[in-house]
Design a protein around this ligand. Structure first.
Ligand SMILES: [Ca+2]
Ligand SMILES: [Ca+2]
Length: 171
């Protein structure tokens, strides 16, 4: 039976708004007639202040839910392009970004953090550097979340940019 859209992998973020606690997660793939082709179930627990990442592997033959840990979904601070954990009052983030983009400088450790305006794009643009300089020295708006605290990537923009090396502060 054809699977509309083809196999794909999605990610699920669980962040409890209250005290948190145990949960039961059920994912099913249904055919055009509504019949369940495959399903998977996962039980776990997410506590207040935590975020749990689950990777959903969906295809007509297989459905799986796998908890992600460690480097996947590394947290970061938006705007911290230099990776030192600081953004406010710092000129180095904008410089690190411009150097990388236009002067052949080293690739930043966490590209998602360099997307200071949160539009999901970094390459070939000066807008993120301008956002940083504007925020730090001209009273412009702060970077969107995750800022000023560490936080997870927001799909799809942050995920495609990815954060290869989350800053020390966020590990
Ligand atoms: Ca920095
Ligand atoms: Ca951007």
């Amino acid at each position: 039976m054809p699977f509309l859209g083809g196999p794909r992998v999605d990610r699920l973020l669980l962040t409890p708004s209250g005290a948190g606690g145990p949960f039961r997660l059920v994912v099913s793939v249904r055919g055009p007639d509504g019949a369940v082709l495959a399903s998977a179930e996962e039980r776990g627990e997410v506590l207040a202040g935590e975020t749990a990442f689950y990777r959903l592997d969906l295809s007509p033959e297989r459905v799986s839910i796998q908890k992600e840990t460690g480097e996947v979904g590394g947290e970061f601070i938006r705007g911290d392009c230099s990776g030192d954990g600081e953004v406010a009052g710092s000129v180095t983030d904008g410089i690190a970004l411009l150097s990388y983009l236009f002067l052949g400088g080293a690739e930043p450790p966490c590209l998602a953090a360099c997307d200071a305006n949160g539009d999901g794009v970094v390459q070939g643009q000066v807008t993120d550097a301008i956002h940083l300089f504007s925020f730090n020295f001209l009273g412009g708006p702060a970077p969107p979340a995750p800022y000023p605290d560490c936080g997870p990537e927001t799909p799809p923009g942050d995920e495609s940019l990815s954060c290869a090396e989350p800053p020390e502060k966020c590990r």
